[in-house]
Design a protein around this ligand. Structure first.
Ligand SMILES: Nc1ncnc2c1ncn2[C@@H]1O[C@H](COP(=O)(O)OP(=O)(O)OP(=O)(O)O)[C@@H](O)[C@H]1O
Length: 343
């Protein structure tokens, strides 16, 4: 059964006129985000992430191509229908964007007030949301009295107040320390699984993608250079930008100073083998070394959990004659990707 995309970009281009020249912020963007998934858009600064978000919530029009949200083509829609689309989208921000003069309760109640909810319904809904994000005890505190993680919980509660089907999370953990980042990502996961909200995560951190997303699109200079399931992108990144992002998380190949140090201590041939826990590389390796007259040392490893699977690479020093080492590499290659580290 095919799922209808809840957000769809087709051939989208976005230009900005700046004085005497035109900046192309997005070019030829094709994206399809399915209802119920956590979709990440990753890119370096200036790649076009914020522009993409502004097209989804219709703050900017596309220069050409089409943007459909929940079945509505934003490029042809009337203003009245645009408001309906915007009601279906909640948003959270890096700097939280809370109203400093209102309490936690007041911040979460604010969009309900704007939507015309009466007091009793507002109170009931806010109480429910504060409980969901786990911040009931801070209801009468002001934003300045909260930690970053608590502020983002309030931001999430406020974004969910009117039950949107889509949540845009724009660098929502970039201002938080690693532990608080974990808490907020777990909360976002609950928003997705328990409430069924489609989440679009905009980030420059591949570790955020690893921890929360199902699908990822890599944006580089206004173009999508790679798109696919997070597992596929992590295990076989193709674009140069993607390789950089994956390496930044996995540290799965030694390089530079580190590699020089390893070479000094380990004069044998070095190979890097990809780890896939469904292929039992440890078993394969111990079986293979037993059949060939080769010893090995593990000299470097970069392994992470991805949705309950171990992914990454191990670098091994293989000690033996060249023909024996070649035979061992050939056997390993029947089970996984093996690269010889150039001498
Ligand atoms: N309003 C604007 N006028 C002119 N140029 C713009 C405008 N908005 C964005 N740009 C340009 O478009 C390109 C993409 O910018 P965008 O802000 O979308 O990138 P980003 O990936 O969000 O970067 P960052 O992570 O630094 O926010 C940049 O070259 C930027 O200078």
């Amino acid at each position: 059964m095919s799922v209808t995309p809840i957000i769809e970009f087709r051939g989208v281009r976005k230009e900005f006129a700046t004085g005497d020249r035109t900046v192309v912020a997005l070019d030829g963007i094709d994206l399809s985000i399915d209802e119920g998934e956590v979709f990440a858009v990753i890119g370096y600064s200036g790649a076009g992430k914020s522009t993409l978000v502004r097209l989804v919530n219709a703050l900017e029009p596309a220069t050409s191509g089409s943007v459909r949200v929940d079945g509505t083509d934003l490029t042809t829609v009337r203003e009245r229908d645009l408001r309906a689309v915007r009601r279906d989208i909640g948003m959270i921000f890096q700097q939280f964007n809370l109203l400093r003069s209102r309490t936690v309760f007041g911040n979460v109640a604010y969009p309900l007030r704007v939507a015309g909810w009466d007091k009793a319904r507002r109170e009931e809904r806010v109480t429910e949301l504060l409980r969901f994000v786990g911040i009931t005890d801070k209801a009468w505190h002001y934003p300045d009295q909260l930690s970053g993680g608590q502020k983002q919980r309030v931001g999430i509660a406020r974004a969910l107040a009117t039950s949107p089907r889509i949540l845009l999370a724009d660098e929502s953990t970039s201002a938080l320390d690693p532990e608080t980042t974990g808490d907020v990502l777990r909360l976002l996961q609950r928003v997705n699984t328990e409430l069924g909200v489609t989440i679009v995560v905009i980030t420059h951190e591949m570790d955020v993608v690893r921890r929360i997303a199902d699908t990822v699109a890599v944006l580089d200079s206004g173009r999508v250079v790679e798109q696919g399931s997070v597992l596929d992108v992590f295990t076989a990144p193709e674009a140069v930008a993607t390789r950089g992002f994956v390496q930044s998380v996995l540290h799965d190949r030694p390089g530079g100073e580190e590699l020089r140090g390893i070479r000094e201590r380990h004069p044998g041939r070095l190979v890097t083998a990809a780890l896939r826990d469904d292929r039992r590389i440890g078993t394969v390796l111990s079986g293979a070394v037993g059949r060939h007259d080769v010893r090995f040392e593990i000299v470097h490893g970069g392994i992470k959990d991805l949705g309950g699977r171990s992914i990454g690479r191990l670098t091994l020093e293989l000690i033996g004659t060249d023909p024996d080492v070649d035979a061992l590499i050939a056997e390993l290659r029947q089970h996984t990707e093996v690269e010889e580290v150039p001498a």
